[in-house]
Design a protein around this ligand. Structure first.
Ligand SMILES: Cc1ncc(COP(=O)(O)O)c(C=O)c1O
Length: 339
């Protein structure tokens, strides 16, 4: 009886996960999480290449989550694959389809580009990237092997419409913990997302927009807010905003490196005020800030990236949260500046 209940729970979750990402239920493979899923895809592609008798070549973007980048870099360091890490830009929000096309080789077995970046929320042009890959295969002719295309959609589900089949991709990473709220089961959360995505998206976009407007309107004169990825070609997921707060005088004189507003310090103060934010850098005890490798990979200057904060809103966030957030942020900045 217990076994049957457990099986039903798993099959219900499988069915709703499948609907949430646009695949058949039989295509869903459960793993321990996104890290294992991304590792599995990279390793599967390498085995695929070996079976084809080629030295596998893998293309990834430089802004991928470490769950993709680290295994790819590890295999490259062992000499098992050739790896191309493509540069992303803030204009594009990700890597461009033309850069992916230019990186392809007859030995390419895998292209892995995340759908929504976890730090900026920027959306990649997956349809354009898949088209570039399939066009390349057609040019090589019928003897060409299929280039596997993977997207890490961990930050996309529940935020933007995702349809793996329409995208024409081979693998997609889904993470339950980015969708499920407290006390929800995976099938319930996915069902809610499938049925209410438009409502959730509109609500999150409204709160995010209010936060960004309030940040601009209430920023004290001696400080400046620099947004990262706010205007990109392919848009952003509605839940995320990423920005740096810098002393205006330092920003204008090109000396942002001397800023005291390293994000670790701000996040610490915000957290004491009950506001959870993610930082774009780690400040070491010696006062040296290490900016987020993802923001630097986007081409953002390290001196600005070291102050970056990522704020995400959820299905339950309210427009009034924007006021409370800005107040807590400016207070935290003043505390850090006067410390
Ligand atoms: C984009 C992205 N990929 C992969 C992961 C890793 O997933 P997990 O923590 O389930 O291993 C995360 C974590 O949230 C993520 O945001």
């Amino acid at each position: 009886m217990q076994g049957r209940l457990a099986r039903k729970a798993i099959e219900d979750a499988r069915g709703w996960v499948a609907k949430a990402v646009g695949v058949a239920a039989a295509d869903v493979v459960f793993t321990s999480g996104g890290t294992e899923a991304n590792n599995m895809v990279v390793r599967t592609a390498v085995e695929y290449g070996k079976k084809l008798g080629v030295r596998p070549h893998v293309v990834v973007s430089g802004i991928e989550h470490p769950a993709t980048l680290a295994p790819a870099q590890h295999l490259a360091s062992l000499g098992e694959i050739d790896l191309t890490v493509l540069r992303a830009s803030l204009d594009e929000g990700a890597v461009s389809a033309s850069d992916v096309a230019a990186a392809l080789r007859p030995e390419t077995v895998l292209v892995s580009v995340m759908l929504v970046n976890n730090e900026t929320g920027c959306i990649a042009d997956l349809p354009g990237i898949v088209k570039a890959v399939r066009d390349w295969e057609s040019r090589l002719g019928p003897a060409a092997h299929r280039v596997l295309v993977h997207t890490d959609a961990a930050q996309a589900i529940g935020k933007i419409q995702v349809d793996a089949q329409a995208l024409g991709i081979d693998y997609l990473t889904f993470t339950g913990h980015n969708v499920v709220k407290a006390n929800e089961a995976l099938d319930q959360a996915c069902e809610l997302v499938v049925k209410n995505l438009e409502t959730y998206t509109a609500a999150m976009a409204l709160v995010r927009s209010e936060i960004e407007k309030k940040l601009e309107a209430t920023c004290p004169k001696h400080l400046a807010v620099v947004f990262h990825g706010r205007q990109t070609r392919n848009g952003r997921a509605p839940n995320t905003t990423n920005f740096s707060v810098v002393e205006r005088a330092l920003l204008e004189s090109g000396s942002a490196k001397q800023s005291k507003l390293c994000s670790s310090r701000i996040v610490e103060r915000l957290s004491a005020a009950g506001v959870l934010a993610s930082r774009g850098s780690a400040c070491h005890s010696g006062g040296v800030a290490v900016p987020s490798p993802v923001l630097v990979a986007y081409g953002i200057d390290a001196s600005i990236a070291q102050n970056a904060l990522r704020i995400s809103v959820g299905r339950d966030s309210a427009v009034t949260d924007a006021d409370a957030f800005c107040e807590a942020l400016w207070q935290s900045c003043e505390q850090v500046l006067s410390s």
